[in-house]
Structures are given as C-alpha cells and as structure tokens.
Write a protein that binds this ligand. Structure first.
Ligand SMILES: [Zn+2]
Length: 634
C-alpha cells in the first residue's frame, strides 16, 4: 500500500558539511508518490473503501482524473505535493528558529530584543518576496496596569549563599520588578502568608497526563501514612493584614522568602510526549468533539482574596516595611523555574524579586528550620525601556488575485517570557508560520485570496497584540468595520513543538468541515480532524481574539512533548527542545491548508446572524486578558 511511514519527510539531517541540518533529498518521483498516496488515501475514505483493492500508480492517476476535487480548484493536490517537496529539499525552519530563539531571544514585550526580532522578520519576509511587510504599532497596557508599560530587561544577576554554606543559587528575576541597590548581603527570613501556598506539585502542568497506573498492593512502607494536604483556604483582606502585621518586625533589611517550601511529589505518571490516536480522534470527532479545557480556577466566597491578590498585598507590605529582596519558591521538580511578571507592571509597587529553584529554596528552608541563620548575597540590575510602551505586530503578505480583498491569515505570538529563549513558546509556532509563507513564496503561488501572516506581541500579558489588531482592523460582530466581512479565517499555532493533530474552528459545523477537508490529506502524518466551536471567550492563545470578535479563528492542537512538563514559560525553553520532524511537517500542513482556503470558491462559513453566540463578558480559564488569573496563558 502507498503512504504510511515511507512518506514521512521528517528525518534528522546530516551535519557533515552543513551548519544547518537538511533532509536527505528525495527524488521528484518519490515525492510525487507521496502526493499520490495522500490523495488515494483521501479518495478511499470518500468512496468508503471501494478503491482499497486498486493498486498501482496508473490506476490511481486514472481514478484521480475521473474524480473532481470537492470545492477545490484544479491543481490543489499537485500544489500540496510541491509544498512537501519544497520543505523536503529547501527547508529553512531550523535556521528560522535559530534566529528567533538564539539570536533574538528572549523576546519579552517592550524590549529592544523583541523589536529587533520584529525588524528581522520584516526584512526576512521581504527578502523572500512577501509584499507589504511592515510593523503595526499598538500601546502596551495590560488590563492590570494603570498606565502604558515600558520594556523591562534584566542586565545583571547574582544570587549566592554566604553562610552557612557557600555557592551559587539558581534563580530567575520576576519581570517589571526593580533592581537592588548594588550588591546586598543580608539574612533570610521566611514568611508564610495565608492563601499563598501552591497546590501540591506546583500546579503549573495543566496539560495533563494519562490516567495513573493502578499501584500494586505492596505492604505499607515503614512510615506513618501521610496526612492529606489541607485544601488551601483563601483569606479575607483583614485576615491577611493580621498575619502580615504579626511578621512586620522580621522583614526590614531582610531577604524575604515568601511561602513555605513546596514539597513536590515524585511524578509517577509523567505526561506522554504524544496523545494516543484514539484520544486525538475523540477530541476532534466531528459529531461529538471533546475540546481541551483549561482547569477552572476555584470559586471563592465573597471577600476572599485570590492567590494573585495575596501576592500583590505581600508586595506592598514588603515595600512599606523596607525588605531588601523577595524570593519565591519555583515549586517545580528538576530545577524548573517559571518567573513571569509583577502583575501591576509597576516597579514602585514591588521590591526586587527572584524565583528560586525548588531545590535551593528547600535546602535554605531546612537550615532555617534547624535554627541556623542563612546569609545570601544578591545583585539584581534591571533596565527600563520607555520606548517599549509602543509594541508591534509584524505583518507580511502574499497578494491575492481575483479575490485579493479577501484575506486568509496565519500567525502566532512572537513574544516570550525572559527565563529562556522562548523557543517552544512560541518561537517555533512563529517559525512554522514563517516557513509556511516562505514555502508558498518560493513556489511563486498566485492565490485567489491574499495570504497574510501576523506575528503578535503582548500575548503573554493577555493576548494584547492580537486583540489590538482585531479591534483596529475588524471590530467585532456587534460593531463591524469594513474589513470584518473580508477575513476568511485565521490559523494559529502556539502549543510547542508538535505538528498539528487537530483543529478547533470557531463557527458552524460547515466551518470545521472546510478546515478538515484542507488538512485531512495529512492523515498519514497523524492529523486527526477538526471540530467546530461556538465559544467567544478569550483564553489560552491568539485565535481566541478572533473567536471573541465572532471571526473564524482556527486553533491548531499539538502533542505536548516537553511543553507542559518542562518548557512552557520555563528556564528550559530552548532550541534544544525543538523536534525537527514535527515542525517541518507542521509548516507543510499549514502552508497547504492556508493555500487551499485561499483558492476555494467560498470563504469559511460563519454563524448566521441570529445564531452568532453572545459575546463573552469574561475571559476563559487560561486567559490573562482580564482580570489577571493564576493559571498562565499560553
Ligand atoms: Zn504561547
């Protein structure tokens, strides 16, 4: 049978003479075979298996000639094969991610690094022959910030123990917090405010693993049974004040550890790199989809403070009482650190703040538990960039022909956190999109509709760049601008290094049908289906900014790899965690699907006016759009 494993183009490259790995070149004949296999697979499905007994290329060609492609212009499947061939022979995707992550990373919104990455994208797209490559400005003011926010960057960082042991401590600074006054040396105190404890295990891996294995029924270990950790109860403002007053005298001139050391449980059932085929199939079952959901934050009683609110009040308390440095426990195993930002984005409302790896935080906490004083030496020098209050989205186009005023968009967020180079979140999503338009440009395609790529900024602070773009260009269903009717669809990728396994499409079932038809030729690479969604809540990633406006946002779903466990927003988010095979397939799939939509007779169907879901007043779980929640956005 044609197809299957033999058609995979994703093989690790050869490094002998090339700096950049390249795939072994395939002969045109071999590539054509792959294209045919893909189409035969498709038609077998269409004909309910009646072609299964047909063998041989001549018969396939005969069959293909006899069968019109459904709602697709002639030559579409040939174009799919040419897109695969271009990626097979001339891939630039590992060079692109090298530039984005190694050269320009990290790319935190408002910094010169992100601006340089933006300029690089515009120049690079122009060099590939894209038109109208430019930057579109927007004002960087997250919903929890009182004023537009300048860029922030850490320039110097030192954290070491002086007594009772000496040595380097692994830390990352929290963004939008101030510098220390030079090198400071001081004793450590621990405070444990109510409502600040992390859930057991740190609680950040919301991508989930498989159901746990049943534990064998061994005899009990030689220890008393562990008490179940108490459900953390969130305090009222008065309860928090009472606690903070009781520790007021301890913090002046001290380095303050905030929160008890997190005892991270051993992970007996680590999340798998890939979900099973059955799992993907059921998630994107057209009739009964099972969409991914972020965990809902716990419901609070009237007057109770969220963990983020507790943390903000602790910041103010430390400012008011002259503490020198705040240190938080990273709360994750294996040295994983997530340090995001000060939620107020106001340097004057926090003291210099670090997040310390769980193992160092634990060692120091145990010394203090013995009654042994611990002295640390810390130097944090951060820099402010006033020009960062203006941020940019990078845009480029492949012009359309007879329907050039209609637009098929693709994109992803380009900004990152600062703890590493932002390779998997979302340098590689941006790279897949850039590689997709590079392929199309290299093939000199002449799509009917204009194809437009957008690399967003401000996603990590609440989808800000894409929300601004949608507002500026399209408005919303309730308040439409002229361009509103002209957007066909927007493809987004933002969950790490995996290839697309399914697509969530905002719109009626017919919208998902059209996207599925464009992508199902990649069933031989594991693309499992598309499902329609009617949710207008923002959350997770930039496709929801389009959904929120009632426009056809398409969120591509990916296997987790190390994303939830090790790289998402962490100090380990680097080039090394990119899985080349998948991202090359991803670029091909996206280029093909975008091209198919740009050539189709009809645009992706939208909800009829009377069936358009109501706009969502609140962001969904996973969003930081407003208000800021503890569960991080993608
Ligand atoms: Zn992301």
């Amino acid at each position: 049978m044609l197809g299957g494993e033999g058609c995979k183009t994703g093989l690790k490259g050869q490094h002998e003479t090339e700096i950049w790995p390249k795939l072994p070149r395939e002969t045109p004949e071999r590539i054509l075979t792959c294209g045919l296999a893909m189409r035969v697979e498709n038609f077998r499905r269409v004909l309910g298996g009646t072609v299964a007994r047909l063998r041989g290329r001549v018969l396939c060609l005969f069959l293909l000639a006899a069968m019109p492609l459904p709602a697709q212009a002639p030559g579409l499947s040939e174009m799919y094969a040419r897109i695969r061939a271009e990626e097979t022979s001339n891939s630039k995707i590992m060079w692109i991610i090298h530039e984005i992550a190694d050269v320009y990373g990290p790319r935190i919104t408002g910094t010169p690094s992100l601006k340089a990455a933006d300029d690089w994208a515009v120049n690079t797209m122009t060099s590939w022959g894209l038109t109208n490559a430019h930057l579109e400005p927007w004002t960087f003011q997250p919903s929890s910030a009182a004023t537009p926010v300048p860029g922030w960057e850490n320039m110097e960082l030192l954290a070491e123990a002086v007594t009772p042991f000496h040595g380097q401590l692994m830390v990352k600074p929290l963004a939008w917090t101030p510098s220390t006054k030079g090198v400071v040396t001081a004793q450590v105190v621990i405070i444990d405010p109510p409502g600040y404890a992390l859930p057991p295990g740190g609680g950040f891996n919301f991508f989930g693993g498989p159901p746990p294995f049943p534990e064998p029924k061994w005899a009990a270990p030689p220890m008393p049974e562990r008490a179940k950790p108490a459900e953390p109860k969130q305090p009222t403002a008065a309860e928090l004040d009472a606690y903070l007053n009781s520790v007021k005298d301890k913090v002046h001139g001290a380095i303050v550890f905030v929160g008890k050391h997190v005892e991270v449980a051993e992970e007996m059932n680590p999340a798998p790199m890939r979900r099973s085929e059955d799992d993907w199939k059921s998630r994107f079952d057209a009739k009964n989809p099972r969409p991914m959901r972020f965990p809902e934050p716990p419901k609070l009683a009237e007057g109770q403070l969220t963990r983020a609110e507790v943390s903000r009040q602790v910041d103010q308390f430390l400012v008011d009482n002259g503490a020198l440095v705040r240190i938080n426990d990273a709360g994750r195993a294996h040295g994983v650190i997530i340090a995001q930002g000060n939620n107020t984005f106001d340097w004057t409302r926090a003291i210099p703040t670090l997040v310390m790896r769980n193992e160092d935080y634990g060692r120091i906490s145990r010394f203090l538990g013995d009654g042994t004083p611990v002295t640390l030496r810390v130097n944090i020098q951060n820099k402010e960039y006033p020009e960062g209050t203006t941020a940019y989205n990078a845009i480029g186009e492949i012009p359309g022909t007879d329907k050039k005023d209609e637009v098929v968009m693709l994109g992803g967020h380009y900004d990152s956190w600062h703890d590493a180079t932002g390779a998997t979140d979302n340098g590689i999503g941006s790279s897949m999109m850039l590689e997709a338009v590079r392929i199309l440009s290299a093939l000199h395609v002449q799509p009917r509709r204009t194809i437009r790529i957008a690399l967003w900024s401000g996603e990590e602070e609440g989808l800000l760049g894409s929300l601004a773009y949608v507002q500026q260009h399209f408005g919303s269903f309730e308040n439409q601008k002229p361009e509103y009717a002209k957007l066909d669809a927007y493809f987004n990728v933002d969950s790490g290094t995996g290839k697309p396994r399914g697509a969530g499409v905002f719109g009626p079932p017919g919208a998902a049908d059209m996207v599925r038809e464009a992508l199902i030729p990649f069933a031989d690479w594991g693309f499992m289906g598309a499902a329609a969604s009617g949710s207008r809540r923002t959350g997770g990633t930039d496709s929801t900014s389009f959904n929120n406006a009632g426009l056809p946002g398409i969120g591509l779903a990916q296997d987790a790899f190390d994303y939830g466990s090790f790289t998402h927003h962490t100090n380990l988010d680097t080039y090394e965690r990119i899985y080349e095979e998948d991202v090359r397939e991803g670029a091909v799939e996206i280029a093909s699907a975008v091209y198919a939509l740009a050539m189709a007779d009809q645009m992706v169907p939208r909800f009829e006016a009377e069936k358009m879901p109501k706009p969502a007043p609140e962001p969904g779980p996973g969003s930081e759009a407003k208000p800021v929640r503890h569960v991080p956005a993608n």
